[in-house]
Ligand binder design. Structure first.
Ligand SMILES: *[C@@H]1O[C@H](CO)[C@@H](O)[C@H](O)[C@H]1NC(C)=O
Ligand SMILES: *[C@@H]1O[C@H](CO)[C@@H](O)[C@H](O)[C@H]1NC(C)=O
Ligand SMILES: *[C@@H]1O[C@H](CO)[C@@H](O)[C@H](O)[C@H]1NC(C)=O
Ligand SMILES: *[C@@H]1O[C@H](CO)[C@@H](O)[C@H](O)[C@H]1NC(C)=O
Ligand SMILES: *[C@@H]1O[C@H](CO)[C@@H](O)[C@H](O)[C@H]1NC(C)=O
Ligand SMILES: *[C@@H]1O[C@H](CO)[C@@H](O)[C@H](O)[C@H]1NC(C)=O
Ligand SMILES: *[C@@H]1O[C@H](CO)[C@@H](O)[C@H](O)[C@H]1NC(C)=O
Length: 393
């Protein structure tokens, strides 16, 4: 058994041992007297980093000590000796090693055992990859993988969010060993750095607390509503005419990181996207090149999930031939009305010459004439009739 160095004993204890030693030396026969003096093993440093060297000092207080030496499986080198002591250097210590110091005190052998504690920092401390996007409110398993690191019974693994410790567990014996902690993902976790850290606590060995940290991993959390986006667009439009499109989605987190796709037929629109709180609004102006029923799609993607809304837009074209025909028909109709009105007026004048022309008939003719003309003019001003005319919505 290794004996503690006197300085490590409480003051009371050293006096007690001294007194007991004196008592033993009086009572014991000469041969057993040497046993009253013990061998000590002092290690400097008290524990060794694997591959480093250590100084072992075998010493005794016996004033007649002889042949103090060290027995070990490692290669030793005597670095000094004196009355009752011999010091050796052991190089490249890689594993826990048993040491045996021995000597003679007045022909009786005295000995002590000690172990060298070899410590190693973990070679790998790694936080297992996080999901690219974690839904808010769902459980997230954080796992830390540790390879190497000794002695394991002095090694602890802690998991962190930023500086906040989420949990800790002693490192098990496995290689690698895994330590996990489960957290409920929140909005607050979005953009936070998660990491893990090992702590090799050798303070009881007279050394320090050695920490090794993993690289941080950034978490992205997201929330999506159950409802699809709201798509506001006119159901009817005309070829080559600007068609405003608006797509809105509420309850989106983080709204600013969502992607919006607005597509009319196979034409991808280039929307202006604005986010305000949890609301995302995309606006664009579409222009259909061809008539027909076109699909308009608004697709919002966040965290690898998407929500979409589809609407149909019926696009009509302006038909130049139909306009011309309409105008021609109107012109002919106008001429017919004018002719009829004139014939009527002259007919009346012929049959009832002495009398005054009948006012109401004349007025009616004028009205019909003006209606015909104004209809023609309106058609011109509007740039032609649309064909077929279908009311909006
Ligand atoms: C070894 O221990 C003895 C007794 O405590 C001391 O006198 C001596 O200086 C030590 N030697 C070394 C190399 O530390
Ligand atoms: C230390 O010891 C290990 C194995 O015990 C050996 O592989 C290594 O080469 C040694 N290193 C030196 C510097 O002697
Ligand atoms: C130990 O041996 C020395 C001589 O080697 C002797 O002087 C001394 O008295 C002895 N001590 C005891 C306690 O026998
Ligand atoms: C040294 O270590 C071995 C096993 O690792 C253990 O059985 C023994 O008790 C230890 N000895 C001392 C003196 O600590
Ligand atoms: C997360 O870690 C990265 C890289 O180490 C750093 O640039 C960034 O500021 C950290 N973010 C937070 C929120 O601590
Ligand atoms: C682990 O930490 C120690 C100090 O605490 C340091 O000397 C060592 O290089 C670290 N190991 C790695 C792999 O970062
Ligand atoms: C759009 O039109 C297609 C047929 O072309 C029809 O199956 C679909 O239900 C329509 N969608 C809407 C939202 O009206």
């Amino acid at each position: 058994m290794a004996t503690m160095v006197p300085s490590a004993l409480p003051p009371g204890a050293s006096w007690i041992s001294l007194i007991s030693l004196l008592l033993f030396s009086c009572l014991l026969p000469p041969d057993a007297q040497g046993q009253a003096f013990q061998m000590r093993v002092e290690l400097q440093p008290p524990a060794v980093l694997s591959g480093e060297s250590i100084l072992v000092n075998c010493s005794t207080d016996c004033p007649w000590a002889e042949l103090v030496s060290l027995e070990t499986s490692l290669l030793k080198e005597l670095v000094g000796s004196g009355l009752g002591w011999a010091a050796f250097q052991l190089k490249n210590v890689t594993g826990d090693t048993l040491l045996f110091c021995y000597g003679f005190c007045n022909d009786s052998q005295i000995a002590a055992f000690s172990n060298i504690t070899v410590y190693r920092f973990p070679e790998r401390v790694e936080l297992a990859p996080l999901p690219p996007w974690q839904p808010v409110g769902k459980r997230l398993l954080l796992s830390c993988l540790v390879s190497g690191g000794a002695p394991r019974d002095h090694l602890t693994v802690a998991l962190f969010k930023g500086d906040e410790e989420l949990g800790r567990q002693p490192a098990a014996k496995g290689e690698p060993t895994e330590v996990t902690v489960t957290v409920l993902a929140s909005r607050d976790d979005h953009g936070a750095n998660f990491s893990c850290r090992t702590e090799l606590d050798l303070r009881s060995q007279g050394l320090g607390l050695f920490q090794n940290s993993s690289a941080p991993r950034k978490l992205q959390t997201f929330a999506m509503p159950m409802t699809p986006p709201r798509l506001v667009v006119s159901r009817f439009s005309e070829v080559e005419t600007s068609l405003p499109v608006e797509c809105t989605l509420d309850g989106l987190f983080p709204a600013s990181e969502a992607q919006v796709q607005l597509v009319l037929g196979d034409q991808s629109l280039n929307p202006t996207v604005v986010s305000h709180g949890d609301t995302l609004t995309a606006t664009a102006t579409a222009k259909a090149a061809q008539e027909g029923v076109h699909k308009i799609v608004c697709k919002v993607t966040l965290g690898g999930k998407s929500l979409e809304t589809r609407e149909n837009v019926t696009v009509y074209s302006r038909n130049p031939l139909a306009v011309t025909i309409t105008l021609a028909v109107l012109a002919i109709l106008g001429l017919v009305i004018v002719a009829a009105a004139l014939m009527y007026v002259f007919g009346v004048k012929k049959s009832r010459l002495p009398l005054r022309p009948r006012q109401p008939e004349e007025a009616a003719a004028a009205v019909i004439l003006s209606l015909g003309l104004s209809g023609y003019c309106k058609a011109e001003a509007a740039g032609g009739w649309r064909y077929p005319r279908i009311p909006h919505q």
